[in-house]
Design a protein around this ligand. Structure first.
Ligand code: ATP
Length: 503
């Protein structure tokens, strides 16, 4: 698995998808730049999301709020006081860790032990195996799962109560050691606020302390009434937004999975109080369907319902994805109650209420949020699509089997040779197609090598112009995944490509 992950990182760099930020200065930890192909893939994911939210739903509209916001926003939202990670240092190695992650990883290891027992029994009993019965009767599995549950619940309780001494006690009781050095010599657990601070204004005395937003959601909440009134929106309705968010993450060693500057795609759905659970269930299912529509494989997704709820939520679930380093959160769906709007009412002294003409009453709506990281989506799509294939003749090829709708370049036009007018015909095909798709031109190297290069970039189609083209206006079109080649008329190209790549 580690090898797969290394391949992903190096392929992303070699083929112009992702570079470390300011690499000439040796980079900046957990900050990355999207290169010529990465920026296209990222844009296409964003558009795929935006279309499914804003274009396809009459009652969802978009917003692009500023990154900088009035600082009271973050007081009201709870971020100033509660947007913390509990961290712990190892006195011997001087390494810093997230205390909750250490405990969760420990719980996960116990879970793996139970899973191992289950897998062993499954292999032994074959078709006759009844997993449900096994997990409720096998003493060892019962013990493992109970232990896991106990640890997770205790962690949830102590974090919920802000009891950091108990988190430390838990780490000691479980004899958790430094994952890198094995030392068990820990400091106390401290809270660490994840927001980046900055200053507005020129003179030192008058400067105002600001934060870079740690989530895009608050820009939606403070604009809730502006959008509702100016758009004459009726509850239930949603506001969608994509944009940068910033978090001073402590654990930052997972490429674009956990970045200090990243992009979120969030939608806040405003509903009548009491209707939030129905809406929450609806959005859980709807968002999973959206993910599945990309065809990365059903088995790569699972829901994780939260036992430990954030201060603003009455129900929360993650859609987890099977990343190269295991199942991890990709998207969060949260029932945020009226917490945020009420808090902004309180801190601003302004009413943020909606008059419901059907009920003939005023209320503060409840909110269901869907929040997915664009960079995490990128990693999910990119890592899952990257394949090493052994071909019939024994040779291998690297192919990036991106969903065609997301591919940075939809087709490459390749003249078989660099003469006899073939480049000119190729250029003419590009001139025609480029109004609708990103199309590339490549005339360098043998055509086989050019195919491989487009495979590695995820280009769904290669169009080859040869001498026959000059006679009958046909070309070959090669399909990335099957490598099958068809002879078609130039005039048919647009339709063939369109059919595969349209959203
Ligand atoms: P995690 O538990 O992994 O830190 P979170 O629960 O803090 O994530 P949310 O606050 O729910 O995350 O943010 C919503 C989404 O934003 C996440 O599901 C994830 O896809 C994305 N996200 C959050 N933090 C980061 C980050 N540091 N880098 C990249 N994406 C992130």
């Amino acid at each position: 698995q580690e090898d797969i992950f290394k391949n992903v990182v190096s392929h992303a760099k070699e083929y112009g998808f992702i570079f470390p930020s300011s690499e000439v200065y040796d980079g900046l930890s957990a900050v990355y730049d999207y290169a010529q192909n990465g920026v296209e893939l990222k844009k296409n994911i964003r558009e795929y999301w935006w279309k499914s939210m804003v274009q396809m739903n009459e009652n969802i509209v978009g917003l692009d709020a500023a990154i900088l916001m009035h600082p009271t926003t973050w007081k009201a939202s709870g971020h100033v006081d509660a947007f913390n990670d509990p961290l712990i240092d190892n006195k011997d190695s001087k390494k810093r860790y997230r205390a909750d992650v250490l405990v969760e990883d420990h719980a996960e290891k116990i879970h793996q032990k139970a899973q191992k027992e289950i897998d062993k029994a499954k292999a032994r009993f074959g078709d006759a195996f009844n997993e449900q019965e096994f997990v409720t009767t096998n003493a060892r599995v019962i013990e493992y799962l109970a232990k896991e549950k106990e640890i997770r619940e205790r962690l949830g309780r102590s974090l919920g109560a802000g009891d950091l001494a108990d988190v430390k006690a838990l780490i000691e009781e479980l004899e958790i050691s430094d994952p890198e050095t094995g030392s068990k010599n820990w400091t106390e657990v401290k809270q660490f606020n994840l927001m980046f601070g900055t200053k507005l204004g020129a003179s030192a005395e008058n400067a105002m302390d600001l934060y870079l937003r740690p989530e895009t959601a608050q820009g939606i909440f403070v604009n809730f009434l502006n959008v509702q009134k100016s758009g004459r929106m009726k509850v239930p309705f949603g506001i969608a937004q994509t944009g940068k968010a910033f978090r001073n993450e402590i654990v930052a060693r997972q490429f674009i999975f956990r970045m200090r500057e990243f992009e979120q795609m969030e939608m806040q759905f405003f509903v009548r109080p009491g209707e939030e659970m129905k809406s929450y269930e609806y959005w859980k299912e709807t968002r999973l369907k959206w993910h599945l529509s990309l065809g990365l494989g059903k088995e790569n997704y699972r829901f994780h319902d939260h036992e430990k709820l954030a201060h603003y939520a009455n129900a929360a679930a993650d859609i987890e994805f099977n990343f190269p380093f295991g199942f991890k959160e990709l998207e969060g769906i949260h029932s945020r109650t009226d917490f945020d709007l009420k808090a902004h009412e309180e801190y601003s002294g302004r009413k943020l209420q909606y008059f419901d003409p059907e009920l003939n009453e005023n209320y503060v709506p409840y909110v269901v949020e869907t929040s997915v990281g664009l960079d995490r989506m990128f990693l999910a799509v990119f890592a899952t699509s990257l394949k090493e294939e052994t071909l019939e003749d024994g040779s291998t090829r690297t192919v990036l089997k991106l969903p065609a709708v997301l591919a940075p370049t939809k087709a490459a036009v390749l003249p078989l040779v660099k003469k006899d007018g073939l480049p000119e015909v190729s250029r003419k095909i590009i001139e025609d197609l480029k109004w609708d798709f990103n199309v590339a031109y490549d005339e360098k190297d043998a055509v086989g090598r050019r195919y491989r290069r487009q495979d590695a970039l995820g280009t769904p189609f290669c169009i080859t112009v040869d001498h026959q083209t000059l006679e009958d206006e046909t070309v070959t079109i090669r399909h990335r995944d099957t490598m099958k080649q068809d002879r078609v008329k130039i005039t048919e190209l647009r339709g063939i490509i369109e059919n595969e790549v349209s959203m």
